[in-house]
Design a protein. Structure first.
Length: 149
């Protein structure tokens, strides 16, 4: 089994937000394939597979924060690609299109790890916060208002 861990992406922070998973448990991935997209306060980065195999387990869900070194997923290098890759690829593309459409309609707003941490500390669910920042972005004051502070 190959552990996929979150690397330290920035010198000034060791926490990142999992923005999007491009794979699901049971998917076959090739070495170098993009597994997920993570965001620090300053940049968005891709985490790539270091080995080919089947994604056995995803440990950190989309929208959750994780610290550098955290186990994100496990890949079984002995896992096999689908027997009929044309059909599997077509199904995977259809699922990706459905997921993309669902993500576009979902009320997911990118929030910095610092503000996610603040919301967690104050017991505020980000799904209930109405963003007043640029393009509906959630601000620190929005979180504090929701918490009644």
């Amino acid at each position: 089994m190959h552990d996929v861990t979150l690397p330290k992406l920035s010198e000034d922070t060791d926490e990142s937000l999992i923005v999007l998973w491009f794979v699901e448990e049971g998917d076959y991935v090739k070495e170098g394939a993009v597994l997920c997209e993570v965001q620090t306060e300053k940049a968005v980065s891709e985490i790539r597979a270091k080995t080919s195999g089947t994604v056995k387990k995803i440990h950190v869900k989309r929208g959750d924060s994780a610290k550098a070194g955290t186990l994100l997923a496990v890949i079984d290098p002995k896992g096999q690609a689908a027997e009929n890759p044309g059909t599997a690829e077509k199904v995977h593309l259809e699922q990706a299109e459905e997921n993309e459409a669902a993500q576009e309609t979902a009320s997911f707003t990118r929030v910095s790890p610092r503000l996610r941490h603040l919301a967690k500390e104050l017991g505020v669910s980000l799904e209930t916060v109405k963003g007043t920042g640029k393009a509906g972005a959630i601000t620190e004051q929005d979180i504090r208002d929701e918490a009644g502070l």
